[in-house]
Write a protein that binds this ligand. Structure first.
Ligand code: HEM
Ligand SMILES: [Ca+2]
Length: 648
C-alpha cells in the first residue's frame, strides 16, 4: 500500500480497492447504465461508468489491510501468544468507564447528531439476523464453535461487573455482521449451512480451489497465485447496505423500492403524516420494523429511507427535519417552474438536499472532526475557487477499518441527557436519552419537537474524552427485551467480528512511526493508560484499533486522534473524489450552474432548522452552542433560501 502524501496520509492506493474482486466478478448483479443520466440512481449504481457497482448499496466494504482472523478468514483473532483477547466488557470497565464523566464541549449537540446522520448516509453494517432471535437465550458459558455462527460472539459480562451484575445480566446481545456469503448467496467468504456447524471451511476451500486453478485470475492481478488465493480467503467483505456516496440516501432510501415506498408521487413530495398538527415522517406498521417492534408500549414508529431512524429521538428529529425540508424545496421549485412533473420536482429536490448535505459535511463538519488546517491541506475542504475533480479510478467505498472502527470514535461525544428548552430559553424538562431509545413518542407531543431541537442547538455537547457516556456504556436499549447493552463493548467486539487488524498495524499503515513495545506508546497515549493496556493485552501488537484510537489525544483543532484522522480522511476523500455527482464537479450531465452553486454555498444546517421548526433564531456558527456563537434570526436566514437560479 502506498500513501499519497508524505506527512498527511490521505488516500491509500494499492491492494485495498481491488479486494472483493470475486464479488464483483461472480456475484454482483449486472446493471446497464444510461451514460447521460442527470440524476443519481437510487442505489448508487452507474455513478462510476466503468465499474457501475462501485459505491452502490449492498456491496462489500473494502479493506486497507488483510483481515485479522485466527483462521485467516472468520474466527476471531487471538493474541500473539495464542491466548484469548481481553473481554470487551472488561476493557470498558477497567479502561474507559472510570472516565465516563461528561464535560461540556465548545460544540453543541448538532456536531454529534449530524455525525450520526451523515454516517447513516454512507454506512449500514447490519447484523446477521438469520439465526436465533436472541443469542443470550443460550447460556453464555455454553457458547462455542458449534453454536449458531451468528451468536458466537455474544458478549460475556463478568460476574463482578459493578453495574450490569445488578441486573443479573451475564450476556450481552451481539450478532455477527452480515456477510456476502451468508446473506447474498455469494461465496466470497465461507458459507455455512443454516443453523451453524463447522463445514464452512470445506465449502470455501472447494470454491477457492476451483478459482485458483484458473490461470487468468492470478495473471490478471499480477500477484503470485498462492498470495492471490490466500487473499481471497480473507477479503470477503461485510456488506454495506447503504450507498456509500453522500446522496442523502438515509432520507430517500438506499434502494429503489424503498425510495418509491416513501414518495407521495404528488408534486415531488415525500409522504408525511400529520400528527398533532405537525408534519412527520409516515408511520410504519409495527410488524417488521427494525427497531420499534421489540417493545409493548410504543405508539409511534416512523419510516424513511434508512431503517435506523427510530433509534433515538435526536436522529428521528433529523429525519423529520430533512423530510420537511425536501417538501419545502419541492414547493419552492414548483412555484418557480409550475410545469415541472412530479418526477422532476422529486429528483431536483433530492439532488438539492444531497448537495446540501455534502456541503455541510465537507465545509462545516469535517474541519471540526479532523482539524481545519488538516482538511484544507489534504483537499477535503470546500473552496469557491477550486472545484472537485472527479477521478474515476478512485474506489468510492468505505473501508472496514472506517465503519468497524475509526468512525465509531465519535460515539464518545454522545450526550447523556437532552434538555427541552422553550421560546424564552428556559429549560422546561430534561431527559436521559436511553429512556427513549426506539421510542420516538415524545417528539410528537405538544411543543416537544421544537423544544428538543432548541435544546440541541443552544446547549453544549459532550467533550471528546477517551470514554463513552455512562448511559450508553451500560444502559443502551435498557427498556428493550434484549436487556442492557454497552455501545463500547459492542464496538470493540464488532472490530474483532469484522477482522479489523490491531492498532499497531493500522498506525503503521498510516505512516506513523512503528510501535514495537508498550514503551513506544508512551509518546502517544497517557502513561496510566499504557500501564492498563499492558495489564490487559499480552503484547502491544494485540491492542484493538478502537481501544488505541480512543486513547489517543485529539489532533490539533480536531475531535479525534491521529489514527482515526488518517482512516477517516481516506474514506472522506474516496467518497468525494470518486463521486461523479459530487455537487461541484464540472462537465457532467446535470452539473450545477455557477448561480446554483452560489445559492447552495450560502446555505447551512441552520437554514434547515429554521425552515422546518419554530425556532426563530439559530447560532451563526451552527455547530456552536449559543454561548460560543452570536445568534442569527431565522427570518434573515430564510430570505437566502431563494431558488430562482433553478428557473428553467
Ligand atoms: C445517540 C447517538 C448514537 C447512537 C445511540 C449510536 C448507536 C449505534 C449502534 C447501536 C450501532 C451498532 C453497533 C454494532 O452493532 O456494531 C452503531 C454503529 C455505528 N455508529 Fe453509532 N450511534 C450514535 C451516534 C453515532 C455518531 C455520532 C457516529 C459518528 C459520527 C456514529 C458512527 C457509527 C458507525 C460508523 C457505526 C457502524 C457502521 C454502521 O452500521 O453504520 N454513531 N451506532
Ligand atoms: Ca448514501
Amino acid at each position: 500500500i502506498r500513501i499519497n502524501n508524505k506527512n498527511d496520509p490521505v488516500i491509500f492506493f494499492g491492494d485495498g480497492p481491488d479486494s472483493n474482486f470475486i464479488y464483483y466478478k461472480e456475484c454482483a448483479p449486472r446493471v446497464t447504465c444510461k451514460r447521460n443520466a442527470i440524476y443519481r440512481t437510487a442505489d448508487g449504481t452507474c455513478n462510476n461508468l466503468r465499474n457501475p457497482l462501485w459505491g452502490s448499496s449492498e456491496t462489500p466494504y473494502i479493506r486497507l489491510s488483510e483481515a485479522a482472523y485466527n483462521d485467516g478468514y472468520y474466527e476471531v483473532r487471538k493474541q500473539v501468544d495464542g491466548s484469548r483477547l481481553p473481554r470487551p466488557r472488561q476493557l470498558q470497565l477497567l479502561l474507559f468507564l472510570p472516565k465516563s464523566m461528561d464535560y461540556l464541549d465548545s460544540n453543541n449537540y448538532h456536531l454529534s447528531q449530524f455525525g450520526q446522520w451523515a454516517n447513516h448516509d454512507i454506512s449500514l453494517m447490519p447484523p446477521d439476523t438469520s439465526g436465533p432471535e436472541r443469542c443470550c437465550s443460550i447460556p453464555i458459558y455454553e457458547i462455542n464453535r458449534n453454536s449458531p455462527y451468528q451468536c458466537q460472539l455474544a458478549i460475556e459480562i463478568p460476574t463482578n461487573d459493578i453495574i450490569l451484575s445488578r441486573f443479573e445480566q451475564t450476556c450481552m446481545e451481539f450478532k455477527r455482521a452480515m456477510t456476502a456469503a451468508n446473506n447474498f448467496d455469494c461465496p466470497v467468504i465461507p458459507q455455512t449451512p443454516k443453523g451453524g456447524g463447522t463445514s464452512r471451511k470445506a465449502f470455501d476451500l472447494k470454491f477457492i480451489g476451483v478459482k485458483c486453478k484458473i490461470k487468468v485470475f492470478y495473471l490478471f492481478t499480477g500477484r503470485s497465485r498462492s498470495d492471490w488465493c490466500r487473499r481471497q480467503f480473507v477479503e470477503g467483505g461485510k456488506m454495506n447496505q447503504a450507498t456509500s456516496f453522500f446522496d442523502a440516501s438515509q432520507l430517500y432510501g438506499h434502494k429503489l423500492d424503498t425510495a418509491k415506498s416513501i414518495r407521495s408521487f404528488d408534486g415531488g413530495k415525500l409522504k408525511t403524516d400529520i400528527i398533532n398538527g405537525h408534519e412527520f415522517c409516515p408511520q410504519k406498521k409495527r410488524q417488521g420494523s427494525l427497531l420499534c417492534d421489540d417493545r409493548d408500549n410504543v405508539n409511534i414508529c416512523f419510516e424513511a429511507g434508512d431503517p435506523r431512524l427510530n433509534q433515538h429521538f435526536g436522529l428521528t428529529a433529523y429525519t423529520t427535519m430533512f423530510t420537511r425540508f425536501h417538501n419545502i424545496v419541492t414547493n419552492k421549485l414548483q412555484k418557480i417552474n409550475p410545469e415541472w412533473s412530479d418526477e422532476v420536482l422529486y429528483q431536483e429536490a433530492r439532488k438539492f438536499v444531497g448537495a446540501l448535505n455534502q456541503i455541510i459535511v465537507y465545509r462545516d463538519y469535517l474541519p471540526i472532526l479532523l482539524g481545519k488546517s488538516f482538511t484544507k491541506r489534504v483537499g477535503l475542504d470546500i473552496s469557491r475557487n477550486r472545484r472537485t475533480q472527479y477521478d474515476p479510478s478512485i474506489m468510492p467505498q468505505l473501508t472496514t477499518e472506517f465503519a468497524g472502527g475509526a468512525f465509531r470514535v465519535p460515539h464518545n461525544t454522545l450526550p447523556s441527557t437532552y434538555d427541552y428548552i422553550n421560546k424564552n430559553y428556559k429549560v422546561v424538562d430534561s431527559v436521559k436519552f436511553y429512556q427513549w431509545m426506539s421510542k420516538p413518542d415524545p417528539l410528537v407531543m405538544g411543543n416537544n419537537f421544537d423544544q428538543i431541537v432548541r435544546g440541541m442547538t443552544t446547549s453544549a455537547g459532550r467533550l471528546f474524552t477517551p470514554s463513552f457516556n455512562f448511559f450508553i456504556s451500560n444502559l443502551m436499549f435498557h427498556t428493550h427485551v434484549t436487556g442492557n447493552e454497552d455501545l463500547l463493548s459492542v464496538d470493540i467486539q464488532r472490530g474483532r467480528d469484522v477482522g479489523i487488524p490491531p492498532y499497531t498495524i493500522v498506525r503503521k499503515l498510516c505512516g506513523f512511526p512503528e510501535v514495537n513495545s508498550f514503551e513506544d506508546l508512551l509518546n502517544i497515549i497517557p502513561n496510566y493508560d499504557v500501564k492498563l493496556l499492558k495489564e490487559q493485552y499480552a503484547t502491544v501488537y494485540d491492542i484493538d484499533l478502537l481501544v488505541g484510537a480512543l486513547l489517543e489525544p485529539p489532533v490539533d483543532g480536531g475531535t479525534v486522534g491521529q489514527t482515526a484522522q488518517c482512516i477517516l480522511a481516506d474514506v472522506f476523500y474516496r467518497i468525494r473524489y470518486g463521486d461523479r455527482f459530487f455537487f461541484d464537479v464540472r462537465f457532467q450531465p446535470g452539473s450545477y450552474s455557477l448561480a446554483q452553486l452560489r445559492t447552495l454555498r450560502k446555505i447551512d444546517l441552520g437554514h434547515v432548522l429554521c425552515a422546518t421548526t419554530e425556532l426563530d433564531e439559530v447560532p451563526m456558527n451552527i455547530f456552536k452552542p449559543s454561548k460560543h456563537s452570536p445568534m442569527m434570526k431565522c427570518k434573515y436566514k430564510l430570505s437566502k433560501l431563494d431558488l430562482s437560479a433553478w428557473r428553467k
